[in-house]
Every structure is written in structure tokens, then in C-alpha cells.
Design a protein around this ligand. Sequence first.
Ligand SMILES: C[S@@+](CC[C@H](N)C(=O)[O-])C[C@H]1O[C@@H](n2cnc3c(N)ncnc32)[C@H](O)[C@@H]1O
Length: 469
Amino acid sequence: MSNLNKVTDFTGTMDDLFGYKSLPTPLTRRQINIAQSPKKNGSANTDSIPYLKELGVAIVDSPQEIQFNTNSKELVHRWSPYVQGFSSSFVQGIFQRYGSEYANPVVLDPFSGSGTVIVQSKINGFQSHGIELNPLLHFTGDAKVNTWNADPDKLMHIIKGLSKTKHFSPPEFLKSSRHFKSSVLKKLERLKGSIDSFEASNSSETSIKKLLLLAFSSIIIECSNLKRSPCLGYCKSKNVDENTPEILFRKKISEIVEDLTAIREIYSDKINTPGIIFHANSLHHEYDKMYDLVITSPPYMNGLDYVMNYKIEMGWLGFADSHAQLKKVKDEMVVCDNVSKGLVRDFSFQKTRYTSDWIEDIKKHISINIEIRGNYRRKDMPEIVHKYFDDMYRIMKKVVERIKPEGRFILVVGDSLIADTYVPTDLIIAQIGKYLGMRIEGIEKARNRRSGQIRSYKLRETVVTLKKD
Ligand SMILES: C[S@@+](CC[C@H](N)C(=O)[O-])C[C@H]1O[C@@H](n2cnc3c(N)ncnc32)[C@H](O)[C@@H]1O
């Protein structure tokens, strides 16, 4: 605490702070906070010890390839680039691990994103349900799961005959001239216009139309001056020219055609396996099935804004035509730190809220540290943290009610460091699971991550497995 008090009085330069000589450079408040942070070189491993003791569990090291990158070579999964997604091998690993217990599991993913769990379930011939609130991601998952009836030859034929007469203009609010070189923008507008000109007249053609739109939305960021890593930002070093949209679009379509052909050869018996992705809020969704396996990854606390990060595709595909519409979707989601202030204020007056000693303690520390710093990006951060766990509790409660006896709830979760306060998201989620009557079967550390605030602080990504005994 005394260390942090010094920060408020600090008016020096890098030299004074770090004790070496260089040209005087005035420090930003953020740099001062980082340099003086008591969490520098710290780790989640150490900060988790008291929580683990109280929970009576240990975290097992189990390095696993969880991230989406490997999907870029996998059948169907590669149809969309989605950095926040699971790797298909992770989902397959779960099916294999529990294969002897569930011969033909019914699977649920209440945060289905681009549909990895649902696609992988279908490949295995397992019935599955996904729930996704972002309309673009819902469309993406659905297009990957429910278009396997499309005829690959017909798709190629339709591509060749697309009319070039219809023009498309992206919605004004996007300010597309900032996102694309003008020659590239013109080509994209023409390409989207030609896709829109195709009218489907039967179910196989409806699938083809979805695939054309999916291919278009999958290449649009690569055609822009932007990069997703994982947040969307400008990238100076990109080499995009007016031919890029057509080259990338054709490449994506040929991947899809290749995969549809392979599906007909290898997975013809799986084409009709039901994989339904509901466009809904998993908090309000009316679940009508009981599930053996729930495999999911919720948004990470303090993490990505799943709406602003996809606003370009949402606008171009007609899922949003104003910032107000984007905000409406965002405010319905499990809370992120970009949520509107009014929503957080309303939450603070909410009569019944899930809480625990851990959550109250974490909130207290965040408040104190924000007070000491004198300013912070969001002063309402303690309430945002609280709302995250309240949202998670409510969704988990609904999901747990739909898990069959002996069923499992497997969550991939990342922890956070917020205003020099460690938040063991995985352990709090495990604690919520226990409170809801599930047994904590295991917590595995899949990989280390770094805090966005204090880069030398080691966070982790874990797989929390809860079982209904
Ligand atoms: C970490 S991503 C899941 C990625 C997914 N496992 C995949 O492989 O593509 C979390 C997803 O939850 C969605 N989401 C957030 N709040 C939601 C809610 N209340 N109901 C349904 N989906 C929600 C986000 O839009 C995002 O796509």
C-alpha cells in the first residue's frame, strides 16, 4: 500500500523512477502505475494459494492446445477465422476422454461463438445445441453447421454466374473509407452486391447463399487496413490491393467446396445430425433438453468486447446499422469492461445479486487501488466485476438444471488482474459450480497468459470440470 501511495506524488522522469540515465521523458500516469505496481513479476500461481486452500482443490498442469489457430487447417472449422474460438482438437479431446462414459452424448455450448463445439459434435454424430447472442457469430456458427447439404458443384456454378449489376453500400455509421483503401472498398462493394443479387429458391441454394455470405464475412478484415489481435486495430504493414478481395474470396470458396466434397465422402451419414444454434441470450433461453456434456468458454472478465470487435462484419452483413444497435447487443451480453455506465449503475441497485466473501474482498481491493491511483479507466470497475460473476451465476444456474445426472460442465476460463488486484475467475466459477451442487472434478492449467495491464504478471487459462454426481 505504501508503495502505491508514492505513485500519487510522483512527478519525475523514467530516470528517477528506474534509476538509470537517459533523456528525460515525462511519464504517463499509466506508466507510473505499471512501474510502481506491487504485482510486477508476480503470478496467478502465488496469488491463488489462499483461494485454492479454501476451495480444497489443486490446479494440475496440463498444457493443451486450446486456441483457435489450429482450426485454420481443419475441415469446416476453417470456414471462418475466429480468434476467440476453441481448437477443434480440444473439443475432440473431451469427447475422447469421456467416450466410455457417454456413448452418444447430447452436447450444449451456451456461449457457442463461431460454433466449434457444435461443428465438432456434428462431425462425431452427436446431437448438440449452441446459444449465441451476437447475430454475426450466430450466423457464422449456423452456416458452418447447417449447410452440409449444399452441392459443391452447384456452388461453383453459382459463383461463376453471379450478376455484377447490383451495388451494395456499407452502412454509414461504419465510416468504411477509413477501414479500406478506396480501390479495395469498391471491389468489396461490388462483390457483396453480386452475392446479394443471388436469390435462393430451395434449401440447398439457401445453404449456398449462407456460404457465400460466410466466405465474404471471413475475408473482410483481411482486405482492410485493420488487424484482429485479438482486438481490432489499425495495421500499417498490410499489403492489400484491389485484387485482394477476389483472390481471398475465391480461396475461401475453394476451401468450402473441398470440405463439402469431403463431407459427402466421409461424413455423409452425419449431414442430417441435428446441430441447432439458437440466436438467444443464454440467460433467458428456454432450454428444452437435458445434456450429458456442456463444453463452453464464457467471455473473459475484463476481456474482449464481442460486439465492437465484430462491428465491421455485423454492418456489412446487415446485422447492425447504427452504434445504438451495437450497444443494445453489447449490454445484453455477459458484462465486459466496455459496457454502458447506466447498466452498471442499475446493477448496483439490483435487489438480489450473487455474491461471496471472495467477490466482496476483491471488490474492496479494486476500490481501494482505484482510489489510490486517483484515476482509472472505469471507476465502476468493482461493480463491473461483480456483475460479471452475477451474470455467470445466473447462466450457470440455468445450465446446471439441464445437466443429466453424471453429466459434466466443462468451462475454459482465463483469470484477470484488475487495478493490481488478482481475480481468480476460474476458481470463483468453480466455487459457483459447487454452490449450485456440482462437484469440482478438476482444474487444469492449459497455458500461461500475460496480464494486459502488467505484462510481467503471469495469468493462466484453465479448464474447469464440474460433475453432477
Ligand atoms: C469465448 S467466446 C466462445 C467461443 C467459442 N467457444 C468458439 O469456439 O467459437 C464467448 C461467446 O459468448 C457470447 N456471449 C456473451 N454473452 C452471451 C450471452 N449472454 N448469451 C449467449 N452468448 C453470449 C459472445 O458473443 C462470444 O461469442
